[in-house]
Design a protein. Structure first.
Ligand SMILES: NC(=O)c1ccc[n+]([C@@H]2O[C@H](COP(=O)([O-])OP(=O)(O)OC[C@H]3O[C@@H](n4cnc5c(N)ncnc54)[C@H](O)[C@@H]3O)[C@@H](O)[C@H]2O)c1
Length: 269
């Protein structure tokens, strides 16, 4: 790798697995050191096993202000500053249909999903504000194709990811000119994205029968992406050299959903 983030200090939430882990791996390969919020000792051990002192895993929950503060303090103490924050941890609703969810369940599921997917992002940015301002750094959120289109989740997941579009815009507006705020919006990606404990979801995205083929059939580029397919875009947005004049931007990494039209037909192989 070319060292496009040489000397940078970064934070990634939900960086033990999936897209967040691919971002951590790529950031380290590009010369950054990374504080990572993880949920398990196993994820922490896997990170330090691969990256040694270049990573600092911190166990915690993105719904907690105290855990977000501790993550930022530990990272700035270890690496001396903070250049990039990647709020990424998320949960899915497994496309549960609105009318099948009782009113009581809707309330508890909303509280859990929005606490992770939206409040978790806001708490991370709030905790990182001072060091990011000091370094004239940037935020790169993980959004989703569900930030733009229905049908890739249920109403809770899709509305949470739409809410993050407004979050990117408002924070980019308020934090300019000190801190750039951008996002990557992946489409279907091969990960173990999990569901809501309040809904009793015990499976992950990887367990959905035919998920691979369904995504391949839906997107113009014709395949299910891997977490690594998105990671370089986070590097580009994080880099001061490459994106100094870029804020409030959301880069779609979704195989071309915007030009799907009424259901694009591909030539048979
Ligand atoms: N997989 C996809 O198809 C896809 C598509 C678009 C966007 N996304 C988004 O990408 C992001 C990463 O998801 P992924 O697909 O890599 O799945 P993943 O399950 O591999 O990663 C999610 C991470 O978030 C962590 N996490 C969940 N709840 C947490 C909490 N309360 N506190 C701390 N950490 C918590 C998990 O431990 C995990 O490490 C999510 O925001 C997701 O919505 C995923």
């Amino acid at each position: 790798m070319s060292g496009r983030l040489q000397g940078y200090s970064a934070i990634v939430t939900g960086g033990g697995k999936g897209i967040g882990r691919a971002v951590v791996d790529r950031f380290v390969a590009e010369g950054a050191r990374v504080g990572v919020l993880v949920r398990s000792e196993a994820d922490a051990g896997s990170l330090t096993g691969q990256h040694g002192d270049a990573v600092l895993p911190v166990l915690g929950d993105v719904r907690s202000w105290a855990d977000n503060s501790r993550l930022v303090e530990a990272t700035t103490s270890a690496f001396g500053k903070l250049d990039v924050l990647v709020p990424n941890a998320g949960v899915y609703d497994f496309s549960d249909r609105f009318e099948t969810i009782s009113g009581e369940d809707l309330q508890t599921r909303f509280e859990e999903l929005f606490a992770v997917n939206v409040q978790g992002y806001l708490l991370a940015v709030r905790a990182a504000l001072d060091p990011l301002r000091a370094s004239q750094g940037s935020v790169v959120f993980t959004l989703s194709s569900s930030s733009f289109y229905p049908g890739g989740g249920g109403v809770l997941y899709v509305s949470s990811k739409h809410a993050l579009v407004g979050t990117v815009k408002q924070l980019a507006f308020e934090l300019a000119p000190d801190i750039r705020v951008n996002a990557v919006a992946p489409g279907g990606t091969r990960t173990g994205l999990g569901g809501l404990s309040s809904a009793g979801h015990s499976r992950s995205l990887a367990d959905i029968p035919g998920f691979d083929a369904m995504v391949a059939k839906t997107v113009p580029l014709g395949f299910l992406s891997e977490p690594e397919d998105h990671a370089g875009l986070y590097v580009t947005l994080a880099s001061r050299e490459e994106a100094r004049f870029v804020t409030a931007e959301i880069i779609r990494s979704d195989g071309g959903l915007m030009v799907r039209g009424g259901g694009r037909k591909r030539k048979e192989a």
